[in-house]
Design a protein around this ligand. Structure first.
Ligand code: FRU
Length: 493
């Protein structure tokens, strides 16, 4: 059954026939969302890093564009960000046009003037992000380091003034470095954050942004996100976040559990952007109106990324997530919801109420769907749903174990799992019941993934799966006793 389109997701961006990894330069500009990304224009493994490009007006339907910033003999184009330079502070704009400015990492090749060094460089566009020119003064910021990368730039407007701020990593120091600039071309060092919490792997792809706490615009916090590889809570690549304050110079975390270098003993105590195996290099869009903070992650894991069984394309992006900040037992916590655009034009089928004492097959409808299910505990030690079930008994099990307080995803028998030893796994995340004692899961199922938003988005768990295309059945189950379930399906085209 293998064909070019086997496993091609319906709701997640993939490049037509090439490799992709990190989302880069996410920006909204004049009605269009731009998704640039780490791309190999010539193949389907990680190599020849360039910025691929796709555009969308609704976050759901994406159109692939020509490669935006290609690698050359002197450099690969590693991850970075884009800002709309409204004030033309860079001088790259022409006749009243605000330029888009990309700040990316030059991964310099042996043939360059800076062999082995990673430094930050600029490119600009005055046609809305379709064609790009590299700045002749590149690189604009170097530490003569081989691991200094992934600049995320934003406009700081606060008590300390109004200027550009860059967050970038010194990856092997587990450190996020902050810099400031007035023109994007000359940068001044501000401060360093880290190591802290998860240090089981190198730090990559940071982000720093402000959100109202509990919707109160007068009471904000700053969120520092940083991706880490390996050392994630269920193995390999993952992203963590810190909540605190940024005064224009220094980020101070209020949620640090352990400072300095750690062994992995307290991994479950840290704040993770996602507990699954396949949500990495997540960063947010710039310039989105209405205070919306939208994030996308790369839906893959460096442990097996180059081996997933798709061809000639390889790796999807995650769904776009709407990110907000809420208090949970007095602690500020991120809440992530799939962008409402995904279900805006789809009608749910009527809800079903089910009493579970074993396994119940239900009409699963289309392979691609949203599942909203709420479990009321009975005597069972575990209950959940089995999605993408096949005639051979394969399925992906998504369960809740109320006594240990765990959400789990078992993909050991999910379909094609044999392409890499590290792929088959059971992932877990801590989960609490809602105030009424129930557990609610929102699950998006696609041709090669499940994304679970539990506890109204406080806990998310994203995983790749490779089920046979014919495996579309759905079952609810309880083991060792009873539970009740309310199930609502929304087919997604
Ligand atoms: C993260 C990462 C970044 C780097 C890019 C290279 O996945 O390793 O740190 O810029 O990928 O493709």
């Amino acid at each position: 059954t293998s064909s070019l389109e086997t496993f091609r997701p319906a709701m997640h961006y993939t490049a037509r026939d090439t490799w992709l990894n990190d989302p880069n330069g996410l920006v909204f500009h004049e009605g269009t969302y731009h998704l640039y990304y780490q791309n190999n224009p010539f193949g389907n493994v990680h190599s020849n890093m360039s910025w691929g490009h796709a555009t969308s007006t609704d976050l759901v339907n994406w159109e692939e564009q020509p490669v935006a910033i290609p690698c050359d003999d002197t450099e690969e184009i590693f991850s970075g960000s884009i800002v709309v330079d409204h004030g033309n502070t860079s001088g790259f704009g022409t006749s009243g046009t605000a330029p888009l400015v990309a700040i990316y990492t030059s991964a310099f090749k042996p043939a360059s003037a800076h062999p082995g060094i990673q430094a930050q460089s600029l490119a600009w566009s005055t046609d809305g992000g379709y064609s790009w020119t590299k700045y002749a003064g590149n690189p604009v910021l170097t530490r003569d380091s081989p691991e200094f990368r992934d600049p995320k730039v934003f406009r700081y407007d606060g008590p300390a003034g109004s200027y550009w701020v860059m967050a970038a990593v010194e990856a092997h120091d587990y450190a996020v470095l902050l810099y400031r600039s007035d023109n994007l071309k000359t940068w001044e060092y501000l401060s360093t954050f880290g190591p802290a919490n998860g240090t089981g792997g190198i730090w990559e792809c940071p982000d720093l942004f402000e959100l109202p706490l509990d919707g109160d615009a007068g009471n904000t916090r700053w969120i520092l996100t940083v991706n880490m590889n390996p050392g994630g809570p269920n193995g390999g690549s993952a992203g963590q976040y810190f909540v605190g304050q940024f005064d224009g110079v220094t980020f101070r975390s209020e949620t640090t559990v352990t400072e300095g270098m750690q062994d992995d003993g307290r991994v479950a105590d840290y704040q993770w952007l996602d507990w699954g195996r396949d949500y990495y290099a997540a960063v947010s869009f710039s310039n989105v109106p209405d205070g919306r903070r939208l994030m996308i992650g790369w839906m893959n894991n460096w442990q097996y990324a180059n081996h997933i069984p798709t061809s000639p394309w390889r790796s999807p992006m995650s769904l776009v997530r709407d990110v907000t900040l809420t208090s949970v037992n007095g602690q500020p916590r991120l809440v992530q919801q799939p962008a409402a655009e995904y279900t805006a034009n789809s009608a749910p089928v009527p809800a079903q109420q089910l009493q579970l004492d074993g396994t119940v097959a239900v009409d699963g409808g289309t392979a691609v769907k949203q599942i909203q299910v709420t479990f009321t505990p009975g005597t069972a030690e575990e209950y959940g749903v089995a999605v993408r079930g096949g005639e051979d008994g394969a399925a992906t099990r998504i369960g809740i174990r109320p006594v240990s307080g765990e959400l789990l995803v078992d993909r050991t028998n999910s379909g094609d799992t044999g392409f890499h030893d590290a792929f088959p796994s059971v992932s877990t995340a801590p989960i609490q019941p809602g105030p009424d004692g129930t557990y609610s899961l929102q699950i998006f199922v696609d041709h090669c993934s499940v994304e679970i938003f539990a506890q109204d988005g406080l806990v998310t768990l994203t995983e790749l799966i490779f089920p046979d295309p014919s495996a579309t059945s759905l079952a609810l189950y309880s083991t060792g006793g009873t539970a009740a379930a309310s199930l609502q399906l929304t087919p997604l085209a």
